[in-house]
Design a protein around this ligand. Structure first.
Ligand SMILES: Cc1cc2nc3c(=O)[nH]c(=O)nc-3n(C[C@H](O)[C@H](O)[C@H](O)COP(=O)(O)OP(=O)(O)OC[C@H]3O[C@@H](n4cnc5c(N)ncnc54)[C@H](O)[C@@H]3O)c2cc1C
Length: 476
């Protein structure tokens, strides 16, 4: 079911296409192009109106389109002629419904990847594909907004899949670590392995909690989940990658061996190596980890920027600037002191265990500390902060860990209320929160003391070829 059609299709479009999907037709979503990935606004695929705008001619290429090779119906993003807004040209991206048998549509290549070997994914070409204007979804120029809205909730399928992989990894790690005996003991009893398993378990509990919480928010239908969905995607994909890595390590040589090879020599075909290959893509699709960081940072800074930018901008007329400055001052005079006050002691904690309470208090206090620190950084760097990704990414890491802690505590409290004698969820939330608090502490410390400038300088030197000598001495 193509979500853009479900969310924004006209009644006619739904009447025509939805029954096809009910019968098993396959759909695809084509946004990425060979030259345009994370920055889709720069796409070059065009849709040119012909015949008084009754039809559009689609020309261009779409890359890595999942299901594109076998899709009956595709939602394709293309540039339509720019609109003139206040005398200036504004790029318009529009979503079109394209049917596979429209002349000029071609599946040029089936892509092969490190993992996801079963995926049908390809390079698609459009040469003068004639699409009726009735196939535009949500109107001209709405394509990018549509893609972003669709991705906001669509993104949540990724944490769900990552959590499932983590759970399966736990099962495999537990079974193997109990069975495999080395140096006179099951490998799971050697402290290095035990501690890996312990952290994998606590992290999986947090992933599960984050996935349930953000999905429940979507189901409520009333909450804007942009931030939570992005954090869930970022947190769960990065955690899944570490868990896959640890599971390979725990399985030793067998972790690196393919399931087919294991089966071929009579062992159980446990596909840990495949987990690792398959899960790697999750840090790239539906918005890369870097883009998630930027998106979350932008969402956090936006309320401040909206207040501060008109004051700083030379384009704002003097009178208006004074008014905006007074408004900002009044706002921050109330907002800033609040970031120093904890409301925890006035909250109703009835039924919440002391362990969970302790972490909830930390989450509240640290959220305030994060808000203050971000505000201070914005005051220090002003608009330049948007480009200081090393600083911003630390803030985002702290915020994401706080969100995961909140989800884990909330789920532990809920599970405890249902089954008070089982302290398992509380234990796992406790461990996850303790470890997250240590990470948060490190991130705050490195906001004050870091090698950001040197790291950036050496990175740029490297790009300029200054360390080419280091790339020699390898077998060609
Ligand atoms: C298996 C698979 C399935 C896919 N399915 C689909 C699909 O169905 N439909 C579809 O339209 N697309 C699909 N894609 C494409 C996918 O969404 C893109 O690969 C992804 O958006 C990243 O784009 P890119 O690969 O061009 O990387 P680029 O955008 O070129 O980025 C390269 C690197 O630079 C980083 N980077 C880029 N910009 C910034 C910045 N401003 N700041 C910091 N870092 C930055 C990125 O994070 C990344 O690490 C799929 C891809 C794969 C591999």
């Amino acid at each position: 079911m193509p979500q853009p059609l479900k969310l924004f299709g006209t009644p006619e479009q739904k009447k025509k296409y939805l029954p096809l999907f009910a019968k098993g037709a396959i759909s695809a979503f084509a946004l990425t192009e060979p030259e345009v990935g994370s920055d889709p606004a720069k796409m070059v695929t065009t849709a040119t109106p012909v015949g008084n705008g009754d039809y559009y001619l689609l020309n261009g290429q779409k890359l890595w389109c999942t299901n594109g090779n076998i899709a009956d119906v595709l939602v394709v993003m293309a540039k339509t002629p720019p609109a003139i807004v206040k005398g200036r040209e504004k790029t318009q991206i529009t979503a079109f419904i394209v049917e596979k048998n429209m002349p000029g549509f071609e599946v040029a290549h089936r892509c092969n990847f490190m993992g996801l070997k079963g995926i049908q994914n390809g390079l698609l070409k459009f040469h003068d594909v004639k699409v009726p204007k009735e196939n535009i979804i949500w109107g001209l120029g709405q394509g990018l907004k549509l893609a972003l809205i669709t991705l906001n909730t669509g993104r949540l399928t990724v944490p769900a899949a990552c959590t499932a992989m983590a759970k399966k990894s736990l099962l495999i790690a537990r079974d193997w670590s109990n069975r495999r005996v080395q140096w006179g003991a099951p490998v799971g009893h050697h402290e290095a392995v035990t501690s890996k398993i312990s952290l994998m378990t606590a992290t999986t509990f947090a992933m599960d909690s984050v996935t349930w919480l953000s999905s429940a928010m979507v189901d409520q239908g009333k909450v804007d989940v942009r931030l939570e969905a992005a954090m869930a995607k970022l947190f769960c994909t990065e955690a899944a990658w570490r868990i896959a890595d640890d599971t390979v390590q725990i399985r030793g040589g067998r972790g690196y061996e393919t399931a087919d090879s294991l089966r071929g020599r009579g062992e159980e075909p446990i596909p840990v190596e495949r987990f690792m290959r398959d899960t790697r893509i999750n840090l790239i699709i539906e918005g890369t980890s870097e883009i998630m960081h930027l998106f979350i940072a932008r969402e956090a800074m936006d309320p401040h920027l909206r207040r501060i930018l008109p004051v700083l901008s030379g384009k704002t007329p003097a009178g208006e600037r004074l008014k905006k400055a007074a408004e900002a001052l009044a706002h921050y005079a109330a907002w800033y002191p609040r970031q120093w006050v904890s409301l925890d002691r006035w909250r109703n904690h009835a039924g919440v265990s002391p362990v969970v309470r302790k972490h909830v208090r930390f989450i509240e206090q640290t959220s305030h500390r994060l808000a203050r620190s971000l505000f201070h950084a914005m005051a220090a760097h002003q608009q330049g902060l948007e480009k200081r990704q090393q600083i911003l990414f630390r803030f985002v890491n702290i915020g994401t860990d706080l969100f995961a802690m909140a989800a884990a505590c909330s789920r532990a409290a809920f599970l405890l209320s249902r089954s008070p004698s089982d302290r398992g969820p509380e234990e796992l939330a406790d461990l996850f929160c303790r470890e997250a608090a240590l990470r948060i502490d490190r991130e705050f410390k490195s906001q004050r003391r870091n090698d950001d400038k040197m790291i950036y300088r050496i990175g740029r030197n490297m790009l300029d070829g200054k360390y080419r000598w280091l790339e020699t001495g390898i077998v060609k």
